[in-house]
Design a protein around this ligand. Structure first.
Ligand code: ATP
Ligand code: MG
Length: 688
């Protein structure tokens, strides 16, 4: 087979391993992803049924790329046609597929709707009448669910807010079941529960997926591990690929021990190590090796490159974020003028807040960029409205989405009317939709006349659209046009003060919708809706523009020209409550190893952040990577002042510190401004 000759010895050994557990543990850019793609092609070329191979990856985009590549490799070699393409997907998408077939095991119907984080927050907001933050409760619920703790059996006592959380958790779960909704966590939990409760089914499923592969295994959580165990119930043909140094989702429950203990969990594991890095130059790898060797809990690995030394890594030192952004934008502009492919250029940051100055500078230089990891396109209010129309059109049961659009565009239906109708629907054991459709006599006496007329028109139109699309000759790519003609959502948003921001999103959604259905006439609305809900940050990357993204979102990707900004103590590493220096360092390692050749790390003397400007000191990571001399840096906190320091205040000008008093997290300083003594909090000052 031709494609095998492009692999090195260890990659080839891994590719040809067929039965039994295997762990490919190797550093960044050593061809782990390439190896499992080759293995997938190899298994198929041996005549193994593609439908019995399950490959789980981190993003939908990675999944589709791997699938294309594997199928290309196979097609060039095979003498026989392939019955089905192999299943390549994210854990969540696999969960969805599984639930479509098996959620009836939990006495639930398979026309459930998947809710995203924005939906989840809204639901929790309605159920939470405590003073705890909705986001906090949402995260805690997620944590409990992922540890398979139900609202009923939770017995945690070490959390003072626990009673409130369990209460909301319980109501939240009831709400999901009542409305037949499934959240992201459920996509993993429910399949696990089903397989755990029904061993016969578990055996059948496990027999179906004879060969399982997982990329980025270092970022799997306990639940994903348990689910994999179930899927391997009848065999141990599990091949996992990962790098302990790239585990960056600890904060979201990823358990690095899954990879470190793999060979203990699965007897007779074949372990393959890959040491040649094909991505980056030696200088980049040297910096990455130096940095990560400061971590204590890790398996020692050293990477060497086959690409030679390469250009020097540049440390860009600037005065503030504006200068930093300006310089980077003009460099990128130069690169683009020289016809550098924009998909080979990226800017990475540790926290989202740092992207704003960069975005402004890119706009000024008229550089087209894709911001990844900001507010998700599909979660924007105006886009979500259209999605809700689509949801209701395909599913009468979806009261949740119905309530969202029942008065949008405004048709005079107030909260009180909605509550009355919901109550009546509940008493009649009907969904809100069916109640409105079937009980118009009762409804007319229940709510004001104008609201009644409008709601009848609203539902009659929905019925008409539903009946149109059930006609086989209906072209689904026209559906959004029909919705717009009937409900005028775009027109409604055009009247708002933020129309310039919202209309392009609506237009983009309509165009994207049309394009999807034109290019794939087999697609159903359900499939389309689920697909967009399960897209994650990386899936949003477009090729015509440069990428601006968080380090988290950059995992697995590679770029020739890479800029990483914000190398200052407090920003990167991010310090403070809950931060984990070793995980920060792994993020540093992931960031640097995305670069193939030209790497620029930038550090700024000050930044405007959370309403004030702070002086900053260079990140220890620059020193640990051996990119700056060690002597000039000491790790004092930014804004620490001592007696005798010269400081500047916006109003009083320059003065000298005569006394320092610590107050909570801040310092109160006595300052002599040319004989005028003032007491001032340190956050209003910077050192000169
Ligand atoms: P990461 O840890 O970042 O996910 P990885 O180990 O999955 O990296 P890949 O993305 O598979 O690495 O490969 C990195 C680069 O090296 C890719 O451009 C890939 O095509 C190339 N590569 C991998 N193996 C070989 C090889 N044997 N010969 C030539 N190029 C290779
Ligand atoms: Mg990879």
């Amino acid at each position: 087979m031709n494609f095998l000759k492009y692999l090195n010895e260890q990659q080839l050994e891994a590719t040809k391993h067929i039965d039994g557990p295997m762990l490919i543990l190797a550093g960044a850019g050593t061809g782990k992803t390439k190896t499992i793609t080759s293995r997938l092609a190899y298994l198929i070329s041996l005549g193994i049924d593609p439908a019995s191979i399950l490959t789980l990856t981190f993003t939908n985009k990675a999944a589709s790329e791997m699938s294309l590549r594997a199928m290309k490799l196979v097609r060039e070699e095979l003498e026989f046609p392939i019955s089905y393409p192999p299943i390549l997907s994210t854990f969540h998408k696999f969960g969805l597929l599984f639930l479509k077939f098996h959620i009836d095991e939990l006495n639930r119907k398979n026309n459930f709707v998947i809710i995203d984080t924005d939906d989840k927050k809204r639901i929790i907001k309605n159920l939470n009448n405590s003073n705890l933050q909705n986001r906090y409760i949402s995260n805690e619920i997620s944590r409990l669910k992922n540890s398979l703790v139900t609202a009923e059996n939770s017995i945690e006592i070490d959390n003072k807010d626990f009673e409130t959380i369990t209460k909301v958790y319980k109501k939240y779960e009831e709400y999901l079941i009542e409305n037949n909704l499934v959240d992201f966590d459920d996509l993993l939990i429910l399949p696990y529960k089903i397989l755990d409760a029904n061993d016969e089914l578990c055996k059948t499923i496990s027999t179906k997926y004879q060969y399982i592969m997982v990329d980025e295994y270092q970022d799997t959580n306990d639940l994903q591990y348990q689910l994999l165990k179930k899927l391997c119930r009848t065999h141990n043909n599990l091949c996992v690929v990962g790098d302990d140094d790239q585990s960056i989702y600890g904060w979201r429950g990823a358990n690095i021990n899954n990879i470190l203990d793999f060979s203990k969990d699965f007897k007779n594991t074949k372990i393959i190590k890959l040491e040649t890095n094909y991505r980056s130059t030696n200088q980049i790898l040297q910096a990455a090796n130096n940095l990560i060797s400061n971590n204590k809990s890790r398996m020692d690995k050293k990477l060497t490159s086959n690409k030679g030394s390469g250009p020097r890594i540049e440390i860009l030192e600037t005065l503030d974020e504006k200068q930093e952004a300006r310089i980077i934008a003009s460099r990128i502009s130069e690169l683009l003028k020289k016809k550098t492919n924009s998909k080979e250029i990226a800017i990475l940051f540790r926290i989202n807040a740092l992207s704003r100055s960069v975005e402004e500078a890119l706009n000024r230089e008229r550089i087209s960029y894709k911001m990844i990891g900001g507010m998700r396109f599909y979660e924007r209010m105006e886009v979500k409205d259209i999605i809700s129309y689509l949801r209701v059109i395909t599913n009468n049961q979806d009261d949740y989405s119905l309530k969202r659009i029942i008065n949008r565009p405004k048709r005079g239906i107030g909260k009180a009317s909605i509550e009355k109708m919901s109550l009546k629907a509940y008493e009649n054991k009907k969904t809100l939709y069916d109640y409105i459709k079937d009980n118009q006599n009762e409804l007319s006496s229940l709510i004001p006349k104008k609201a009644f007329n409008n709601i009848v028109e609203f539902i009659t139109n929905l019925e008409m659209i539903k009946s149109n699309i059930s006609n086989v000759s209906y072209d689904l790519s026209e559906l959004c046009d029909d919705i717009e003609d009937t409900y005028e959502i775009r027109k409604y948003y055009a009247l708002g003060s933020d129309a310039t921001e919202k209309l392009p999103n609506i237009d983009e959604f309509y165009a994207l919708y049309k394009d999807k259905f034109k290019s794939n006439p087999e697609l159903s609305i359900d499939e389309f809706l689920n697909e967009i809900t399960l897209l994650n940050d990386q899936d949003q990357i477009e090729l015509q523009s440069i990428s601006v993204m968080s380090i988290h979102a950059s995992k697995g990707l590679e770029f020739t020209h890479l800029f990483v900004i914000g190398y200052e103590e407090g920003f990167f590493p991010l310090l403070g409550e809950g931060s984990d220096l070793e995980e920060e360092r792994r993020l540093g390692y992931v960031a640097i190893t995305r670069s193939k050749e030209y790497l620029t790390l930038s550090t700024s003397k000050s930044r405007f952040y959370k309403g004030r400007r702070s002086d900053l000191i260079k990140s220890r990571f620059l020193q640990e990577s051996e990119l700056v001399k060690t002597t000039s840096i000491n790790f004092e906190q930014p804004n620490q002042f001592k007696k005798g320091d010269l400081v500047k205040h916006k109003v009083f000008g320059i003065g000298r510190v005569t006394e320092v008093n610590k107050m909570k997290k801040e310092y109160k300083l006595k300052i002599n401004f040319g004989g005028n003594i003032k007491d001032i909090m340190s956050s209003f000052l910077y050192k000169v």
